[in-house]
Design a protein around this ligand. Structure first.
Ligand SMILES: [Fe+2]
Length: 450
């Protein structure tokens, strides 16, 4: 194991390479340049060992979505529908953006020229509604549709998945959003236009119940799309704020898988590399919307953050940030990624302040490996805190809020937010890397009220 940190053998702090050596049951950092042990000992070993936690768990992973990536790939949509067995398509999309961008025209042209019959349903909104799935299902049933094509962001894709579940299960799809595992879904193909939700290759779908405004979601194996067309150029028109919110969401999906009680080395390396990619290219995409490289890196990171590549070989309850955020965007109709931007650093700070040694060390490793915080092996908590300072600064650099007030949630709603959050988890605790009771949830939200 190699570690780079400050060498205390010199009067002036210098970054050197160290090896960890065990001696007398204690770990020492052995400075390569000075050929002598450094003063750091137990905290260093605690930090690295607790984070490696090599417990490669059994897992089943089948990411069967065919990814067709690159410029102009949307013209292949008719061939892909036919290849995956589609006879008649329901094209599901949101507002007018895909019409303005010309994507709608390109898709319908491809379907017409390819001899694929289709009908359309637009009107999907961010934080997609259960009622629109009901409407789409009736339409699909009446028209003999057997293939969903979701075009747009995660909301269009998740709506298409909801309708596909209804079609394959006699209309009874809401049960799958309430804990019943789904065993079959009609085929869904997607052309996605924003790097964010990751639903284009993942098992998930999230809908908002119109009546309660609660968000409900799932992760079921049969619910990955059969194909995903990814053209980074299609994301050039995503406004700066939505680009930043998307990057925050992508970050959160890997954060969620990274903060687990057990992890594989490979899984950690995948996760850290994915997060560093988002940290590097998120601000570039916000600054230069037509930077192909930045858009491409974010687009792929968005999918691989959510399709469980970064979760391989892990075990135990994970994350927790989505459980805290879901009642913000669901209730206030704010951008999901913006809510995560408020919640994530506050949640991790709570863990750094109140977690056990392993949990604090995990936050410290996140700070060191993802944000380049100087690892202070004598004071792991300080590394965790420094990492979170950098995390907040990065979120600011992509134009994201850090407080509930900025998000538009008034201070007077604090208790209501806490109450809804606990209600959503049956009174709690909110599950995750560190299970959170009501007092913890209140502390987290109160720390970011304004
Ligand atoms: Fe998310």
């Amino acid at each position: 194991m190699e570690i780079y940190t400050r060498c205390t053998n010199r009067h002036e702090p210098t970054t050197h390479k160290f090896y960890v050596k065990m001696h007398g049951g204690r770990g020492f950092l052995w400075c390569v340049e000075e050929s002598t042990p450094c003063i750091y000992n137990i905290p260093a070993i605690k930090m690295e060992e607790s984070l490696a936690m090599k417990q490669f768990t059994n897992f089943s992973f089948h990411m069967y979505t065919e990814i067709v990536f690159g410029k102009g790939t949307q013209t292949q949509v008719a061939d892909l529908v036919k290849k995956h067995g589609g006879q008649k398509v329901l094209l599901v999309y949101g507002g007018g953006s895909i019409k303005k961008s010309g994507l709608h025209g390109a898709v319908t042209k491809s379907l017409n020229e390819g001899g694929v019959p289709f009908i359309e349903m637009g009107g999907v909104q961010p934080n997609p509604l259960r009622s629109l799935v009901d409407k789409g299902y009736k339409l699909a049933l009446a028209e003999g549709v057997d293939f969903m094509l979701g075009v747009g962001g995660g909301s269009s894709i998740d709506t298409a998945k909801g309708i596909a579940l209804a079609l394959a299960n006699g209309g009874d799809y809401w049960q799958f959003y309430n804990g019943t595992p789904a065993e079959k879904m009609a085929p869904v193909g997607v052309i996605h236009t924003i790097a964010a939700a990751g639903s284009e290759t993942s098992r998930s779908s999230v809908l908002v119940d119109d009546a309660t405004r609660q968000k409900k979601g799932f992760m079921w194996a049969p619910c990955r799309p059969v194909f995903a067309i990814m053209n980074p150029e299609l994301t050039y028109t995503v406004p700066k704020y939505q680009t930043g919110a998307g990057a925050a969401d992508v970050m959160a999906h890997t954060v969620s898988r990274y903060f687990t009680s057990a992890a594989s080395h490979l899984g950690d390396e995948y996760a850290e590399g994915t997060m560093r990619t988002v940290v590097k290219y998120g601000p570039v995409a916000v600054e230069r919307p037509d930077d192909y490289e930045a858009r491409a890196e974010l687009m792929l990171a968005g999918s691989f953050s959510h399709n469980d590549v970064t979760g391989i070989g892990r075990d135990g309850a994970r994350g927790g940030e989505h459980g805290l955020e879901s009642q913000l965007s669901g209730y206030y109709d704010t951008a999901h990624g913006a809510g995560l931007s408020v919640v994530m650093p506050a949640w991790l700070q709570y863990i750094a302040d109140n977690g056990d040694a392993d949990q604090v060390a995990r936050v410290a490793r996140f700070g060191a490996k993802v944000f380049g915080a100087d690892p202070d092996f004598a004071d792991v908590k300080a590394t965790a805190d420094e990492g979170l300072v950098r995390f907040r600064a990065w979120l600011r650099s992509i134009g994201m809020p850090l407080t509930l007030r900025e998000l538009g949630v008034p201070k007077s709603d604090l208790e209501a937010v806490v109450g809804r959050c606990m209600d959503n988890w049956g009174g709690g605790p909110v599950p995750g890397f560190m299970p959170l009771g009501e007092d913890a949830v209140r502390t987290i939200f109160a720390s970011v009220v304004e």
